[in-house]
Design a protein around this ligand. Sequence first.
Ligand code: SF4
Ligand code: SF4
Length: 82
Amino acid sequence: ALYITDQCINCDVCEPECPNDAIYQGELIYEIEANKCTECVGHFKEQQCVVVCPVDCIFVDPGHTEDAQQLQTKYTQLTGRA
Ligand code: SF4
Ligand code: SF4
């Protein structure tokens, strides 16, 4: 899963782009719900939030590193699609 650093300027462009509805407005900045973020695996080749973020403040969450297979499994669990 990815996470958003405190460099976030709350511009809101990432939230509607997430295919898993994993991004939400937190108390101070936007946040990513780790158990919903597949790093866009299953949906897109590129991570949509990273593509649109104007300040490049979205990175792999060191506490939630997953390999391609794990992300694919998460996608299947979230969507019911293989
Ligand atoms: Fe959503 Fe994809 Fe960003 Fe994860 S990487 S938060 S799934 S847009
Ligand atoms: Fe924050 Fe980047 Fe999302 Fe804008 S696109 S709300 S700066 S994480």
